[in-house]
Design a protein around this ligand. Structure first.
Ligand SMILES: [Zn+2]
Length: 271
């Protein structure tokens, strides 16, 4: 087994590389492209993309910028510096966030459905586990006496998934008509970093399962956003112009999603 240890740090212009020495003496360059921009430390990822994209990670406040392959360090620096306020704002917000305790699925707990708080009422049943919703009031969770916390969670998650899958066909059909596109396939997925994704070639959209806990407008915004990607891949002026055209209030709904960030931990991209 090789014995790895930190050898040192070399600065090549403003890019940082860490040099690591193998136990056997062979030197390898552990490529860690990072830029120190003022007081900010920024990970730089070069990709075959057209525009620069900045991300602040909620989990550890990391700053990452994805840039087109040939972007100069100066351009990256300018891009980040112009967004310094945005970065600091989100870092402060993430830090201030009180991480919610993991749910225990016991009576009295608050769970969201369609943007509305519901009080969980747990009932023991010998029948099939299920959820009954009294909208705006309670979610009645029927579980077996022997069900673990995890199993209780699975029952509720399955119910959330079923609700979202039931609501999506009408929503997608309605908005496909407005946006003038047709998806080949859609699905629901538990995603940690995105509210939705769109595979343009396959004309397939995925919606985050968590959207069922947000207001119907939030869900609608993400559906329209992904459908608009079938017209325009990038988050450019044309994309937002189409959003304005099809859903004039999209900014309000997007802000609602941002507000709910505290609970979801889903990261925000500067787009
Ligand atoms: Zn998008």
């Amino acid at each position: 087994m090789n014995d790895w240890y930190f050898r040192g740090c070399r600065r090549a212009t403003d890019q940082r590389f860490q040099l690591l020495l193998f136990g056997n003496g062979s030197l390898t360059r552990f490529y860690m492209p990072e830029l120190q921009i003022g007081d900010l430390r920024v990970e730089v990822v070069r990709k075959n993309i057209r525009s620069l994209r900045l991300t602040v990670y909620a989990a550890d406040n990391r700053i990452r910028v994805a840039v087109p392959t040939r972007t100069s360090a100066t351009d990256v620096e300018q891009f980040v510096q112009a967004r310094r306020t945005w970065i600091l704002k989100h870092q402060a917000r993430f830090q201030a966030r009180v991480r919610p305790a993991a749910p225990l699925y016991v009576s009295g707990e608050i769970h969201y459905y369609q943007g509305v708080q519901h009080i969980l009422q747990v009932h023991i049943t010998s029948g099939t586990p299920q959820v009954v919703c009294h909208f705006g009031q309670t979610l009645e969770l029927y579980v077996r006496a022997t069900d673990s916390v995890e199993q209780r969670g699975k029952v509720l998650t399955a119910w959330y998934r079923a609700q979202l899958k039931q609501q999506l066909p009408a929503l997608i059909a309605q908005w496909q008509h407005v946006v003038g596109v047709q998806v080949q396939e859609w699905g629901v997925k538990q995603m940690k970093t995105r509210w939705g994704t769109c595979n343009i070639r396959a004309k397939r959209i995925w919606l985050n399962l968590d959207l069922i806990k947000r207001t119907p407008h939030c869900l609608e915004y993400v559906v329209v956003h992904e459908l608009v990607h079938l017209h325009e891949r990038l988050h450019n002026a044309r994309f937002w112009g189409l959003m304005d055209q099809f859903m004039p209030d999209w900014r309000t709904f997007r802000n609602q999603l941002k507000e709910s960030l505290g609970e979801s931990g889903i990261e925000l991209d500067a787009c």
